[in-house]
Design a protein. Structure first.
Length: 121
């Protein structure tokens, strides 16, 4: 897993986790004045479907999400919009070391596919 893991008084090697912060578009009314950001982890599978990835929102916490659908229905979050969510993900108990990216690449799809293959063997 791409998280820090306590080991005695030190931490094991920390791996970074790619994250895309987004905000859903408002389609049936005025733009929300206090939009809630969500995080997509394009390198982490959501289910056995490689089109899904892991996601996180302050309400509901971890879930799986269809990456392409979330991208189509949302806009990039601005740093001030996702700052609180980023702090939550980097703090206890999650302790992610995040690398913020704007979009997933074929590499991320490959990582999800490989992880699904390992989990189903």
């Amino acid at each position: 897993m791409n998280r820090t893991k306590p080991h005695s008084d030190t931490l094991q090697r920390i791996e970074t986790t790619d994250v895309v912060f987004r905000i859903f578009r408002c389609v049936d009314g005025p733009q929300d004045r206090h939009p809630e950001p969500f995080a997509l982890f394009p390198g982490l599978p959501g289910t056995r479907d490689p089109g899904t990835c892991s996601s996180f929102a302050r309400l509901g916490h971890h879930a799986s999400a269809y990456y392409s659908g979330c991208i189509r229905g949302s806009r990039p979050a601005k740093p001030k919009e996702y700052a609180a969510l980023q702090r939550e993900l980097e703090a206890y108990p999650y302790r992610y070391k995040l690398r913020i990216i704007q979009r997933a690449t074929a590499k991320h799809f490959g990582l999800r596919t490989a992880e699904i293959a390992r989990a189903t063997v």
